[in-house]
Design a protein around this ligand. Structure first.
Ligand code: GLN
Length: 473
């Protein structure tokens, strides 16, 4: 079967009768089986997906299929799906079965997407390389000695290797965009509040967003318009109307783009990626767009602010996993106190424990003002300064990652790993929508993306301009 990269090409073949949904799902399952070494999936819903595909073929015949018919999609293992396991790639809740579905899952199913399985990720979405999964690292399909990025590494590797057409990931500090850049696919983080977080296992609630990982901008737009919108189960989900992004992908105007000189001229940015960005700037200027340097001398505050605030939120969110109400209970526990201590000690991995301790520390009475409140104030400044740029520009252009994918087991220092997020956390600290678009291949053979940040709730404009840069074929 063809390696499909858009839903429209699948739907055209379904309509022409050259394939069925059943064929399509069988083919994806075969590809998952033959690419098991990537470790992208934690579970594949073989029988269920084949059954749903058969049912969908009947609906297609009857003309009653939803708009995502033919969309075979994977879920990052932090998104609840009723009667399916969700483990956050953690031993602590390895065998937990969801009692209800996330709103995004309900909405995808209502439009007849087929969920093919759940994908590996960093434990509780904490990481930039997928090496923090309790179930082993994911390999980058472009070079199996490299990481796929994280934390949605299983999702991006699965899409890049053609094991499914699309996936959902989550992005708290770059977890959709960074692995998308490393794997050569499109990764979109919506505005905070655009997509309901109901049924998402929370990492840092004032940052988390769910978003699509796809081959094409058209599919990202389509998935977003299905999953976005008001939700009575999540009061942070905006009631703003959801435009039909997928029908608004023609960008005809001239854009005003600001690029952050501190990012593009950053000494830690790979020189080929920098050259590529500079060539892109020149090309856009030649095409009549306004592309200007803007100064943002706050880059060094981004990662520390992000890690103080997200670890604080994580320490609170993860306090529920105590082995009492649900989750793995230690068999060595002897009393109530040791149930909590031993279950958490045995169940959580090293990085999750580090973050819980860091977050508890910054929230503790003696250090709250020095770290947590200070970081909140810095967040506000970073927000204000970023919004100021977006008053004069439609988009901010920047790299997605400082380098291409690094080797598995090569980064051991946590702070070095945290600095991987240098260009992605700005969109989360500010709640702005952002996208990583695959824009080239490095001479080392690995893909890399470039990043655009848009104005709040201006997803339509951001997707349309992205489609101009990276037209859907
Ligand atoms: N790499 C970042 C972190 O480890 C981002 C994670 C994410 O977006 N979920 O926190």
């Amino acid at each position: 079967m063809k390696n499909y990269t858009t839903l429209s090409s699948i739907q055209a073949d379904l309509k022409a009768g050259t394939i069925t949904c059943h064929d399509l799902v069988r083919d994806y399952i075969y590809k998952i089986e033959t690419n098991k070494h990537l470790n992208a999936f934690l579970e594949v819903y073989t029988d269920e997906a084949l059954h749903l595909a058969k049912e969908l073929d009947k609906k297609l015949q009857a003309g009653t299929a939803g708009k995502l018919a033919g969309m075979v999609i994977a879920m990052k293992d932090v998104i609840c799906h009723k009667d399916h396991r969700v483990s956050a790639s953690s031993k602590l809740i390895e065998n937990f079965t969801s009692l209800y579905s996330a709103t995004v899952v309900e909405r995808l199913l209502a439009e007849d997407a087929i969920i093919i399985g759940r994908t590996n990720c960093d434990e509780f979405a904490m990481g930039s390389s997928n090496e923090n999964s309790a179930f082993g690292p994911v390999l980058n399909p472009h070079d199996n000695s490299k990481v796929p990025g994280g934390s949605s590494g299983g999702s991006t590797a699965a899409v890049a290797a053609g094991l499914c057409l699309a996936a959902l990931g989550t992005d708290t500090g770059g977890s959709i965009r960074q692995p998308s850049s490393f794997c050569g696919v499109v990764g979109f983080k919506p505005t905070y509040g655009r997509v309901s977080r109901y049924g998402l296992l929370a990492y840092a609630s004032s940052f988390d967003q769910i978003g699509p990982i796809t081959h094409s901008i058209a599919d990202a737009a389509l998935i977003l318009e299905v999953i976005a919108g008001k939700d009575n189960y999540d009061s942070t989900a905006s009631s703003k109307e959801v435009p039909s992004y997928s029908t608004k992908l023609n960008y005809s105007g001239k854009a005003k783009i600001g690029y952050i000189s501190e990012c593009i001229n950053n000494p830690h940015l790979d020189s080929e990626i920098a050259t590529h960005l500079k060539n892109l700037i020149k090309k856009l200027q030649d095409e009549g767009h306004t592309v200007e340097a803007v100064s943002f001398p706050f880059l060094e505050y981004m990662v520390p602010t992000y890690y103080v605030l997200t670890t604080a939120e994580a320490s609170s969110n993860l306090s529920r996993y105590g082995g009492v109400i649900y989750g793995r209970r230690s068999s060595n526990a002897t009393d109530i106190n040791s149930i909590y201590v031993k279950s958490r000690t045995e169940g959580f991995g090293e990085e999750v424990k580090r973050r819980i301790m860091l977050g508890t520390f910054v929230l503790s009475a003696g250090y709250y003002d020095a770290y947590y409140s200070k970081a909140q104030k810095v967040r506000r400044i970073l927000q204000d300064k970023t919004l100021e740029i977006l008053k004069s520009y439609d988009f901010i252009l920047l790299p997605t990652t400082p380098k291409t994918a690094f080797a598995i087991d090569s980064v051991h220092d946590p702070v070095t790993m945290y600095l991987e997020d240098i260009f992605t956390v700005q969109a989360n600290l500010t709640g702005l929508p952002a996208i990583s678009i695959p824009m080239g291949k490095h001479t080392n053979g690995l893909p890399f993306g470039i990043q655009l940040i848009g104005n709040k709730f201006e997803e339509a404009n951001l997707l349309a301009f992205s489609n101009y840069l990276y037209p859907t074929k």
